[in-house]
Design a protein around this ligand. Structure first.
Ligand code: ZN
Length: 288
């Protein structure tokens, strides 16, 4: 039995104030009249729950979930699956994904210990290669939580379906999730990459690819910035599902073989040289 909690970088809180795509609509109680036709609301063990085809929005207090957010969440699940696998035909989730909306910082931190710098966190439980639990905790007291955190966290949950064996490395997982973030957050990650590059604190690719999970806290900003930029660079060389094939191939045969086979490059050093040229150009442009 396994449990995997996916981290969020501290950058999230820094940019939260401007990261607003769809806002929650006050504190009115959601009901079957205002929700998607397939949804229902009920109470269970002190929770107010709004259940849709693939999600259960859970809140201790009044449910502040609009019909727009319910619909957008279901749509986003399909869009993310199709984005990363061209021929995706995702099955309905069993179990459904719990989206736990916390109305206070204290409630969130009880569920996500040590998550003081984050507004969202994903949790995936597995047993015998099967996913037995999907959960996203959200700081719903923060305005714009859907755009600021849910798309990023839902990417992690959707990607877990594509890699139920848990062989999706953290750099790829986070880099793909950052691509679902609002532009302002992605720009903040880019600034972190530029800063790390200037200070020669980026990871060598062999180092990044060999990481077991996440790096130490002082290297998190470089890690997120570099992971996001590297994933974007590779996705732009081909297609998103080609990138997924690359990650799978690397898990089977190693990165040297995967880089040659999927991207037609001479190996990891060749990839690094080309990627760094792009980073150097980006930094130079930013300085002008
Ligand atoms: Zn993440």
């Amino acid at each position: 039995m396994g449990e995997r909690r996916v981290k969020l970088g501290t950058i999230v809180v820094r940019v939260l104030a401007v990261g607003c795509i769809i806002a929650a609509t006050g504190s009115s109680q959601a009901d079957s009249k205002t929700s998607a036709s397939s949804s229902r609301t009920y109470k269970s063990s002190g929770w107010n729950i709004l259940e849709t085809a693939n999600f259960r929005f859970c809140c201790r207090g009044p449910l502040a979930v609009s019909a727009q957010i319910v619909k957008a969440t279901e749509s986003l699940r399909l869009e993310l699956a199709e984005q990363w696998l061209a021929d995706a035909d995702p099955e309905g989730w069993k179990p459904k994904c719990d989206i736990v909306l916390h109305s206070t910082s204290d409630a969130y931190l009880k569920a996500v210990p040590g998550g003081g710098a984050t507004v969202g966190c994903s949790l995936i439980n597995t047993e015998g290669g099967q996913i037995t639990g999907r959960r996203i905790d959200i700081r719903a007291d923060q305005a714009g939580w859907f755009g600021a955190a849910l798309a990023h966290e839902l990417t992690h949950i959707v990607l877990a379906d594509m890699f139920p064996d848990g062989r999706l490395p953290a750099w790829a997982d986070e880099g793909m999730a950052v691509l679902a973030d609002p532009g302002v957050k992605q720009n903040a990650h880019l600034r972190d990459l530029r800063s790390a590059h200037t200070q020669r604190q980026t990871f060598r690719l062999v180092e990044l690819f060999a990481l077991d999970g996440y790096p130490s806290s002082e290297r998190q900003a470089a890690f997120y910035g570099q992971s996001a930029n590297l994933v974007r660079y590779l996705v732009n060389r081909g297609t998103p599902d080609q990138f997924v094939r690359f990650v799978r191939s690397a898990a089977d045969d190693g990165y040297e073989a995967a880089v040659r086979e999927v991207y037609g490059l001479r190996g990891v050093h060749d990839l690094e040289r080309r990627w760094l040229q792009q980073v150097t150009t980006t930094v130079a442009v930013a300085r002008n």
